[in-house]
Write a protein that binds this ligand. Structure first.
Ligand SMILES: Nc1nc2c(ncn2[C@@H]2O[C@H](COP(=O)(O)OP(=O)(O)OP(=O)(O)O)[C@@H](O)[C@H]2O)c(=O)[nH]1
Length: 383
């Protein structure tokens, strides 16, 4: 019975996307990496807007020249729109670092430094913006690049502060500038340090992710394979059978199901021990993989039983490969410790009939196997 969640999930998938989703797709595109890059640019534009507001305030109270403020606001606008166009058009992918984090950081810091010189009594607020830009950069830049950007910021701000203290000591008193410079340097130093730690954390997470992926693929391998023989296990064979049945229902090739059972295997176990029995199972699996066609799939069905999935061939006789396997095993000692003991087996074949459940074909193959055993073993029967 469908649950509430499955019904609502099915309804959701048929519902047209909400306007906000559509808008975000138009604005940021579909590619998740590009969306992330644009989101960071969006945050940078927030910083930019704040700085422009500060500039406008400085112009309004008469400490900044309106023309210069307009020019700087225009440059901020060109900076944001230019980078947006570069990223949204995909042109950023041509660069070694498609996030363009370094040029964005350098340009943003330069424009903020210029704003610092123009905002007179409210210039202190721009120092916070410098720190914010570096924090955004920290998520995309390597630690060395963060250090470089911090050195650039501190040097640039040092020069701007000296220039301001000389040309406008009223709004930029030397003592306050020394304090601002020390504050900028300390913040940049702290950000450099944090960037290193963040990068180490990212590397650790990446290593853990790779280890988890490897563990998962190992678990998947274990869940689909038989430990003793290395062949696909019953569950995997069942999946393959279902897949072939579905493919056949859609016009794919017909196939045969064959169940193989080693003859008198209990006797091998009883007279040579369980380990010898295991060695025989492994030898059989190895030889089957060597002799059968690549398109024939064999798996361990359980105990001393194996299941084969054989796509139908124009030759007609589905037992050809199995006969080849029987002949090769007759030539080959089962195991060095078992003298000249040979592996013998009985096999039952059933042709998969269009539209029937795979269990039905397996049941017929089982009956054919029973017939092969009853007829004296070491033979194949096709039903
Ligand atoms: N060594 C070993 N033995 C197994 C394993 N799985 C099942 N067996 C043994 O396989 C034997 C199967 O015995 P039976 O079902 O009587 O079949 P059989 O002796 O081959 O007789 P027929 O099939 O009639 O020829 C049992 O003794 C099981 O214990 C395994 O993984 N390793």
């Amino acid at each position: 019975m469908p649950t509430h969640q499955t019904v609502s999930a099915a309804l959701d998938s048929h519902r047209p996307p909400r306007w906000s989703t559509r808008f975000s797709h138009v604005l940021l595109g579909e590619d998740s990496r590009q969306r992330l890059t644009l989101t960071l640019l969006g945050l940078a534009s927030l910083v930019t807007t704040t700085v422009v507001l500060l500039l406008m305030y400085a112009a309004r109270i008469g400490v900044a020249d309106v023309g210069q403020v307009s020019l700087l606001a225009g440059l901020f606008f060109v900076f944001i729109v230019g980078f947006y166009a570069l990223i949204r058009s995909g042109e950023n992918r041509r660069f070694a670092d498609p996030t363009l984090a370094m040029p964005q950081t350098i340009i943003a810091q330069s424009l903020i430094a210029a704003s610092y010189a123009m905002t007179g009594p409210v210039h202190g607020a721009t120092v916070i913006m410098l720190a914010l830009v570096m924090v955004f950069g920290m998520f995309s830049l390597r630690p060395a690049s963060v250090r470089l950007a911090c050195i650039y910021t501190v040097s640039l701000m040092g020069m701007v502060m000296v220039w301001c203290a000389r040309h406008d000591p009223l709004h930029y008193p030397a003592r306050q500038e020394v304090f601002n410079f020390a504050l900028t340097a300390i913040v940049m130093l702290a950000i450099s340090q944090l960037a290193g730690q963040l990068s180490a954390m990212r590397t650790r997470l990446k290593t853990q992710k790779i280890a988890l992926e490897q563990a998962l693929s190992h678990i998947e391998e274990m869940a689909a394979h038989d430990e003793l023989t290395g062949l696909p296990n019953r569950r995997r064979m069942m999946t393959l059978l279902q897949e072939h049945a579905t493919r056949h229902a859609r016009g794919g090739p017909r196939f045969y199901v064959c169940i193989i059972d080693l003859d008198h295997f209990k006797h091998i176990n009883d007279s040579h021990g369980h380990a010898a029995g295991d060695a025989v199972l492994r030898a059989f699996a190895r030889q089957a993989q060597v002799v059968l066609r690549n398109t024939d799939m064999i798996g361990r069905w359980g105990g001393e039983e194996f299941l084969l999935l054989l796509p139908e061939t124009p030759l007609g006789d589905p037992a050809l490969g199995v006969t080849r396997l029987r002949d090769s095993l007759a030539e080959l000692p089962a195991s060095p410790s078992l003298g000249d003991l040979r592996i013998r087996f009985s096999a039952g074949f059933a042709r998969y009939e269009h539209g029937e459940p795979v269990d039905q074909a397996i049941e017929r193959a089982d009956r054919a196997l029973y017939a092969a055993k009853s007829a004296g073993r070491n033979r194949s029967v096709v039903l």
